[in-house]
Design a binder for this molecule. Structure first.
Ligand code: PLP
Length: 391
């Protein structure tokens, strides 16, 4: 499709026809390659958000493009009533790359968490789901009920019952988990609420608490997974092995997909008819995901993520506008110095410096570039931020 509509024309269509759930920036992107994006006026941007950790392999990676082109001309959809090779090869690849159990494929992050919640409740009927303060697990009803944020939950009450919210404190967590707990669901690094790395002590407490009562420990690796933190899955940098992980975002190399990967103990909990989805495991997205998984599993790339993450963190620390730098690998955030407003600074970075970043709250900006970012692009992003006049 060639670009024919001006930004103003799109804004008019949006006003008239799009449900107003998004606050869009006034830029129309029309092309992407690696860490770069181009707008409809031909301006080039440096992308340090990667579609919120979706384009870990970069925009239009040739292996993804080739696989999708090939598959879309062969077979796009048949449903899960039949066998297709990409879905089953992807399930095997995901299980072997992590917990060694079985995989349920779906279409998004929220759906992956919905499936994990159903799986935990199937294993312990009626059991509660323990979640942490500051968590974000998605916006469908189950996932929203696991997301203890007043502004997101309150307008949509009543929520799904059976969710218990606990402070990010090992003793509080140990205390909250009991024989009625079906699962503890947590993000090893809380992403949407500002890139907060959970302490090892908290992860150990979660494992101990679940072991004590036979509950499932589920890590939401939707944002931390696919190499983002310097290992394929973030849990691989701790001694704590969860019973299941949920995955989405970067798994599809830019196409929508989600998955629950179980360890052996939960592999056979769900039975035929318990769960399903029309589009889940479609051949096109699974071909893309097989390529994305292979690219993001590369040891040299993962080592680079760790090294370049340190370079980016060092650069961010050198900026007067940054009061604190947090995160791991290429999943980083800065808290801004007093008085600076993150949404307006992110917008200025986009419009004045052509640097794509995003605010996770009033005082925090997040950086999640494609994992294939190079040193020169990291330095360029820092220079662009440094060039912002913050008074
Ligand atoms: N879980 C985490 C940790 C996320 O970061 C997100 C999205 O930002 C989700 C779940 C929801 O994923 P989706 O938007 O694909 O439903």
């Amino acid at each position: 499709m060639s670009v024919t509509a001006s930004l103003a024309a799109l804004q008019e269509l949006e006003r008239e026809y799009a449900v107003a759930t998004y606050t869009r920036n006034p830029v129309q992107f029309v092309r992407g390659e690696g860490c770069r994006l181009w707008d409809s006026d031909g301006n080039e941007y440096l992308d340090f958000l990667a579609g919120i950790s979706v384009l870990n392999v970069g925009h239009c990676h040739p292996r993804i493009v080739d696989a999708v082109r090939d598959q879309v001309g062969r077979l796009t959809h048949v449903t899960n009533l039949y066998y297709t090779e990409p879905a089953l090869r992807l399930s095997a690849g995901l299980a072997r790359s992590s917990l060694g159990g079985k995989v349920f494929l779906c279409n998004s992050g929220a759906e992956a968490n919905e499936a994990a919640i159903k799986l935990a409740r199937r294993a312990r009927p009626g059991g509660s789901i323990v979640v942490l303060q500051g968590a974000f697990h998605g916006r469908t009803y189950g996932a929203l009920s696991a997301t203890p944020q007043e502004s997101k939950q309150a307008p949509f009450a009543p929520l799904v019952p059976g969710f218990v919210v606990v402070a990010k404190d090992p003793l509080a967590l140990l205390d909250a988990v009991d024989a009625d707990t079906a699962a503890v669901l947590l993000e090893p690094i809380q992403g949407e609420t500002g890139i907060h790395v959970l302490s090892d002590d908290l992860l150990y407490a979660a494992r101990e608490a679940c072991d004590r009562v036979g509950a499932a420990l589920v890590f939401d690796e939707i944002q931390t997974g696919m190499g983002r933190t310097g290992t394929l899955w973030a849990y691989q940098q701790t001694d704590v092995v969860p019973d299941a992980i949920t995955v989405a975002k970067a798994l599809g190399g830019g196409l929508p997909i989600g998955a629950v990967i179980t360890g052996p103990a939960l592999a056979d909990v769900l039975a035929p008819g318990d769960h399903g989805s029309t589009f889940a495991g479609g051949p096109v997205v699974c071909r893309a995901a097989l390529e994305a998984l292979s690219i993001c599993s590369d040891a040299a790339l993962l080592a680079r993520v760790q090294r370049f993450g340190e370079r980016l963190a060092t650069g961010l620390r050198s900026l007067p506008l940054a009061a604190e730098v947090r995160g791991r690998g290429l999943m980083l955030a800065i808290d801004l110095a007093d008085g600076l407003d993150a949404p307006s600074l992110a917008r200025r970075a986009l419009l004045e410096q052509r640097l794509v970043v995003n605010a996770t709250g009033p005082g925090t900006i997040r950086f999640e570039p494609p994992l294939l970012v190079c040193e020169a692009e990291i330095d360029e992003a820092i220079s662009r931020l440094a060039a912002l006049d913050v008074g």
